[in-house]
Structures are given as structure tokens and as C-alpha cells.
Design a protein around this ligand. Sequence first.
Ligand code: TXA
Ligand code: MG
Length: 321
Amino acid sequence: MPGPTPEEIEQAAAALAEGRLVVFPTETVYGLGAHALDPDAVARIFAAKGRPADNPLIVHVADADAAQELVAHWPDAARNLAERFWPGPLTMVLPKSGRVPDITTGGLDSVAVRVPGHPVAQALLAAAGLPVAAPSANRSGRPSPTRVGDARADLSGRVAVYLDGGPTEVGVESTVVDLRGKPAILRPGGVARADLEAAVGPLAAASAPERSPGTRYRHYAPRAAVHLAAPDTLADRLRLLRDQGLRVAALASTENAPPGPDIVVVGDRRDAAAWARRLFALLRDLDAKGFDAVVVEELPEGGLGEAVMDRLRRAAREDRA
Ligand code: TXA
Ligand code: MG
């Protein structure tokens, strides 16, 4: 696969060391990176994204040893999960060490750490030799970018270097797990709940929103209004909206896609990974085509279905900014 040259990786690493911003691919979505221990650099992330200051960032590191330097405590569950899922789409929240500036963690005394698996992210972290704070590389509230062009469209002019690693594999963001007590999922994502439970036993109940500040905000939303529909109501929903004179598309499964124009067949209902991979790009493409609304078929919550449905529910929320 074509990717950045070693020179481009070096340029990006140098930009990070100078406190500038770099867009880079991870296996989940593209990240907007900055030197995590440099408060001025991290401030540029918040400004470029238009991100609320109390929404903490994930710090990306090359390996579990580098992660341990950022935390005050490394419990057995962290060691276990790191061995099992890193590099990969898993983020762990732990008590932070004094090295991590408050701005990086949105003022919290915990820090979120992740070792990404994408070879370009790995090369960048190795070349830079520093921890990289990186939220998804979208303007705050928009669908996360799974192609470098999506990040450019949102952030143009605010970033020093863009690294192109092609479309991302997973398509939804990492699973965020809180390990300060009994492990709990703060945000479902690229590692499925059942796989986590196979590693650390039953997870604590879904946490209150204040434990993962990012989940308070409307998120992942295209300009088009998102409507969720059960498989058997999809066609009716589409007709009702079109009867109002709106331009409406649908995202549907192989099994349930109704005939007609502007119906995108995303994948099988049971293939949530295929939906995860394509979802954000499809929402952005429908926006580019000027649709007023999109009706999306609800998926079963197993595997990556939990993350896909989480993103869709947030995109569909009424309290649109
Ligand atoms: O896959 C991903 O996680 C991507 C790639 C770039 O790594 N990053 C990403 O970052 O999705 P962002 O900023 O869009 O989402 C980070 C989530 C937010 O919901 C945030 O509130 C939560 O992680 N988070 C970060 N630090 C936290 C902390 N100390 N405590 C609780 N939640 C935290
Ligand atoms: Mg994000």
C-alpha cells in the first residue's frame, strides 16, 4: 500500500518536536497529533478542532513501557489488556503521573493511553520518540475521518503535516476502558465487549457520562439529519420523510435494503465490522451530495455492533449544536 516516505515521517516527527500539529492514520480513524507533554502544542489541538477544554485527549505511545511512564499506577488488568490488545484499538484510563500536563487530560487526574497498531502511526511514534496526544482529526462534533481527505476538509490550514495511510481498517474509534477500579467501558469501540470480558472477566456497568467527558457532547454528526429505523420500518420511514419534500438517502443491510434510488447497501446485518469500516465515510459522502436526511438501519449490538449503534445514536441526537 502506498504510504508516506521515510522523509515524510521524519518531517512529521520534527513538526511534533517543534510543537506543531500532524494528522496521521491509526487503525481506527485519523488522529490530530501534538507533543502530549507540551502544553502550548496541546492547546493548538483544542483550537484547531474547536474542542471544549474539558474533553480530555488520548495519549498515543509506541509500547506498554512508554505508557507506564505516563501513569501513576499500572494494575494487573492493564498489563493483561496491553499484552492481549496492544498495539490495537484499545485505550486505557489510569491515574496520571505528574509528567502529563493538565491541559492534555482536560483537568482530570487520570490519563488515557493507547498503543496504535497502524504501521504509519508506529513509524511516527518511533521517529518522534515522544508521547503524542491525538483526538480524531475532525472538527468537533463531525464524523471522525477515515480518509486523509476528510481530515483535510475539516482542518485545512491548521495542520503542519498530513500523513496519508489510505482508508483506515477499523473505522470506529478505540474502545476506552477505565481501569481505576473494576474495569468498565467508557466508550465502546474497535475492541468488542465480549473480547474484553474474555480477558478480564465481567465489566462493571456502563458508567455515568461524567466519567468519559467526550460522551457528553453531540458527536459523529453529518449535516444531514440521521434517523435510526428498525429493519421492518426502514421503507416507511424513508417514504414519510420524502413525502415532506426532503432529499433522503438510506444506509441498509444486504438483507433489508428496499429497492429504489439513493439506497446504500452497507453490508450484511451480522457483519458489523463492515459497517464500522464504512460508516463515517458514507455519512460524509452523503453530505457532499447534499442530502437533507439519512435513514440508517439499526444493527444488532454484538461485536462491533455496539460501537456502530453508539455512534449512530449520538449522530441522531436531537440537541444538535
Ligand atoms: O481510536 C481512537 O481512539 C482515536 C484515534 C486517533 O486514536 N482517537 C479518538 O480520540 O477517538 P477522541 O479525542 O476523539 O476521543 C477520546 C475519548 C473521548 O470520549 C474522551 O472524553 C475520552 O476518550 N477520554 C480521554 N481521556 C480520558 C480520561 N482521562 N478519562 C475519561 N475519558 C477520557
Ligand atoms: Mg473524536
